[in-house]
Design a protein around this ligand. Structure first.
Ligand code: NAD
Ligand code: WQD
Length: 340
């Protein structure tokens, strides 16, 4: 059984990926500093899988700590690197906080695990900015980042590409996620936003449960189906499964080169108003919303070309907007009744 290190494994996408790795028969070890997650996730993961996962509270920004961890865990064959800060607005206010965490963590891992290693990196569709053509393919040009957060993903991809080109023992797959939403079907794990959610779906569920006021739709004058902005929303469980596919591809030595990139989305765009209406229809809850100004830095529309993921990675999304809305709502109700 191969041992996979999941950094950021108690976070939103990481926790769902731990479940899918376990279901696929992998031995999982988690590293997280709990800066944006809760230790109670381990109890939730146990309730879902029946397993207590090997957890290490380590700050990946510390080279000494990562080096010691790597020495003690020489049996790790693969790493899925989720751990990073991800709040776009905060990254504009505190760029160094983002550059320090997102780069130190990546570089400390790459230098400490300096042996034959498989590495899956969490990248983002943010690297495309507003693409010239849609659906956007992996070969589309990388646009100047709108935020320090986006810049950390662009530069991290470059760091990985340049490092793999001189390190044959390092095998990397970078997954460019579109907009992850939803929660595990058990409703025992899900997204835990810090403070007022900046992202659409957590704001919708918090508004519906009465924790927030009405939603503001940021702009209704875009050149889209109904004037509101369009994104490619992807169920977090589908996204988690894409990581298992990536780990398998690296393990089975199927990669065509030691640096590959895949879009991870559904290939389908949905507008903000369509998401609001899908939430109402799926859950029976009525949402209160108003239309406001466009949000600075937002792109008009983006959705991914997912042909390469289907053909090469052998992965495709299975869950639709209904499952995304329903599971996000079940999780919101669960966390209200069982606060962490
Ligand atoms: P998250 O904040 O829920 O999870 C990240 C986890 O990493 C948290 O548990 C946090 O405590 C941990 N962490 C952060 N810095 C750390 C450090 N120095 N040492 C150890 N642990 C640390 O975020 P998420 O939504 O699960 O995102 C996971 C990854 O996916 C991130 O790299 C993010 O940039 C990327 N991503 C997320 C989205 C999204 O919309 N959620 C979209 C594209 C890419
Ligand atoms: C989706 C749509 C908003 C809230 C961000 C990051 C990106 C990636 C995913 C990590 C947009 C609109 C939102 C609200 C609204 N993360 N909206 N009212 O902006 O596509 O992407 O998360 O890599 O880097 O930028 O996601 O969920 O914030 O917004 O109208 O209260 O919903 O304007 O059109 P976004 P989001």
């Amino acid at each position: 059984m191969s041992k996979i290190l999941v950094t950021g494994g108690s976070g939103y996408i990481g926790s769902h990926t731990v479940v899918e790795l376990h279901n696929a028969g992998y031995d999982v070890v988690i590293v997280d500093n709990l800066s944006n997650s809760n230790i109670k996730i381990l109890t939730q993961l146990h309730a879902i899988t029946g397993k207590w996962f090997d957890f290490h509270e380590i700050d990946l920004q510390s080279y000494v700590a990562v080096q010691a961890f790597a020495e003690q865990h020489s049996d790790i064959t693969g790493i899925i690197h989720f751990a990073a800060y991800k709040a776009v607005g905060e990254s504009v206010a505190q760029p160094l906080k983002y550059y320090k965490n997102n780069f130190y963590s990546l570089i400390n891992l790459l230098t400490s695990f300096n042996k034959k290693i498989d590495f899956v990196f969490s990248s983002s569709c943010t690297v495309y900015g507003q693409p010239d053509a849609l659906p956007v393919t992996e070969s589309a040009p990388i646009k100047k980042a709108e935020s320090p957060y986006g810049n950390t993903k662009q530069i991290a991809e470059e760091i990985l590409q340049e490092t793999t080109s001189v390190t044959p023992d390092l095998n990397v797959i970078a997954l460019r996620y579109f907009n992850p939403v939803g929660a595990h079907e058990s409703a025992l794990i899900g997204e835990l936003p810090n403070g007022v959610p900046a992202n659409l779906v957590p704001f919708i569920t918090q508004s519906a449960i009465g924790k927030r006021g009405p939603i503001t739709v940021y702009g209704n004058d875009y050149d889209t189906v109904d004037g509101s902005a369009v994104r490619d929303y992807i169920h977090v469980v589908d996204l988690a499964k894409a990581h298992v596919a990536a780990v398998k591809r690296l393990e089975d030595k199927k990669a065509e080169s030691n640096y590959e990139v895949f879009n991870i989305g559904t290939g389908k765009g949905s507008s903000v108003l369509e998401i609001i209406s899908a939430f109402e229809k799926t859950t029976g809850e009525k949402l209160d919303y108003k239309v406001g100004e466009r949000r600075s830095g937002d792109v008009e529309k983006v959705y991914g070309d997912v042909q390469k993921s289907k053909d090469v990675l052998g992965w495709e999304a299975e869950l639709g907007i209904e499952e995304m809305m329903k599971s996000a709502w079940e999780w919101e109700k669960y966390i209200k009744a069982n606060p962490f």
